[in-house]
Design a protein around this ligand. Sequence first.
Ligand code: SAH
Length: 340
Amino acid sequence: MTDIKSMTQEEMAALLTELGEPKFRAKQVFSWLHKGVRSFDEMGNLPKALRAKLGDTCQLTPPTVERKQVSTQDGTIKYLWRLADGNCIETVLMRYEHGNTVCISCQVGCRMGCVFCASTLAGKVRDLTPGEMLDQVLFTQVDSGAPISNIVLMGIGEPLDNFDTVMRFLELVNHPDGLNIGMRHISLSTCGLVEKIDKLAEYRLQLTLSVSLHAPDNETRSRLMPVNRSYSVEEVFAACKRYFEKTGRRISYEYSMIDGVNDSDEQADLLAQRLKTAPGHVNLIGLNEVEESPLKPSRRIRQFQKRLESHGVTVTVRRKLGGDIDASCGQLRRKAMRED
Ligand code: SAH
């Protein structure tokens, strides 16, 4: 069965030609799919015979809501979706003044092994397909009724470890006959896969690249993020510099503040020094405690921020949303896995 949801409109046109249908149907099918229909029968303006043909050759595998948690504090919604093969992934809807944002997953689990992250505890099960990534946006929109204007690839998984799928996904959500979400409304977060950062730079997309840094020195970063043993802090910053030079887009550096591990003044000074080579701003994140990990949130976020600012660094502190609903980083999937 063909995974039509992952197809571009051009590929759909080729498929329809094979099925003996006129090419112009591709645009109709594409827009229906990108509205979040659950079956071909919902495609009202298509001839019945065509809908039947599509049903015979193609498979739609919309996810089902396994759990849904709505924050009473700020309206954040966390979805645990069950995929067609039984695996579960998470999506979070956040409501900001600048628009509704979905945080989506790109893999079932993750193989990067960051010690503070719940998503990686049981490793990676598999990559998602472009259609499964798209479905998270579509069905969050359908279920919540909130029109989505921004997407962040900061859910479960490492986007650059599923590179081709993510590139296809970006092309799909960007399409004028679909969600039509501009690249400037999309952020992609990576743990720092250097070759893939270079590869992404080649596309010169206007999206925001976020790099999970979490420490400015190799000793600390290698302790927190095994990926640092393959790509050192110096190599990551060099790649960020090349990325900036090629795309003109400043990097957003994510830095989750961990008590007594990465929150010293010396580390702020070193971070500021490193940032001189690769322009960008720092986004400080309060650590979300993960049951399986002994790491605690830092109490020095403000001091760290001030210290960075004293060096002229632009710093934002991420506002915590959905604190009452396990809204961060693979925690709901873990919980469900433990309970199953
Ligand atoms: N694989 C991508 C996207 C993952 S999650 C990446 O590494 O960037 C998005 C961000 O949340 C990353 O910066 C990640 O390091 C951070 N994060 C993961 N678990 C966290 C936790 N328990 N507390 C705070 N931030 C966390």
